[in-house]
Design a protein around this ligand. Structure first.
Ligand SMILES: C[S@@+](CC[C@H](N)C(=O)[O-])C[C@H]1O[C@@H](n2cnc3c(N)ncnc32)[C@H](O)[C@@H]1O
Length: 252
């Protein structure tokens, strides 16, 4: 399922859209009269997006209205736009890949001067540099589909905590099915030489149990208020954990 935006593109905008590399369209976008280029792995990405949207939209709808929102690991901005449509006051997305951030900026440009929405802005940057890039906290921080890309989730979560005023909405993959507080570290290899951003961003990644991830949240200064996972029969394909968390301690 793609992101649906109820706007028409002009012929020039359609040409600009077609010139953005297909790999930058992490989430496909359907406008009223046009569809974005299809990512080479669109089948898998569409299924991920559909499930993530189903799990995350209720929290986004309930918590971002009138708030400032930071969307980490934003790719081409699908959840930044969902936050905007849900009534966020201001949305900033940050993404490592300049092509994806440029794609997000293109989508944002479609909203300029149309309707009541204030389009998100996008920053090319690394979540390891959060404290250097942002000086002021945001009311709500989204970290969807990203923390399993980084080799140092507790460090990054601590930086996220310093930028979170009210709520963190987090979704992570690579969750182990065992119970308890366990993790394993995997070195990643770019065997096909695709220059995958997940590898550029960190050549290793932790796989962790729900208990381990919850300890990382607690260590960073978050209290889990609600959590959810995909239905049991889907967890082999989608080994995910999602949490709505609130800050507990003063930022470090
Ligand atoms: C799996 S996608 C998730 C996109 C979106 N948040 C979603 O859930 O649909 C993860 C994104 O994080 C980006 N990324 C990976 N490591 C990063 C880092 N260290 N800093 C910023 N972005 C990073 C990748 O380029 C990729 O676009």
């Amino acid at each position: 399922m793609s992101l649906k935006l109820d706007f028409e593109l002009t012929p020039d905008e359609q040409t600009d859209m077609a010139n953005i590399p297909a790999e930058a369209w992490f989430t496909q976008v359907r406008f009223r009269n046009a569809i974005s280029p299809r990512h080479p792995e669109a089948n898998a990405l569409d299924a991920n997006h559909e499930l993530k949207r189903k799990l995350m939209l209720p929290w986004i709808a309930a918590h971002v209205k009138g708030k400032t929102v930071l969307d980490l690991f934003c790719a081409n901005g699908s959840f930044s736009f969902e936050a905007m449509l849900a009534g966020a006051k201001e949305v900033v997305g940050i993404e490592f890949s300049s092509d994806r951030a440029r794609c997000a900026q293109f989508i944002a440009s479609i909203f300029a001067g149309k309707g009541a929405y204030r389009p998100p802005t996008f920053v090319v940057g690394d979540v390891y540099e959060l404290s250097r890039i942002f000086q002021e906290p945001f009311d709500v921080v989204l970290a969807l589909g990203g923390l399993y890309h980084v080799p140092d989730p507790p460090y990054v979560l601590t930086q996220i905590r310093a930028l979170t005023r009210e709520r963190l909405i987090v979704q992570t993959s690579s969750v182990l099915s065992s119970r308890g507080n366990w993790a394993k570290f995997i070195v990643r290899h770019d065997r096909r030489g695709n220059g995958l951003t997940s590898i550029i961003g960190g050549r290793g990644a932790w796989y962790y149990t729900v208990g381990c991830f919850e300890n990382m949240l607690q260590h960073a200064g978050f209290k889990t208020v609600e959590s959810c996972r995909p239905p049991f029969f889907m967890r082999r394909r989608f080994p995910w954990y999602c949490a709505l968390a609130e800050p507990t301690t003063a930022p470090r």
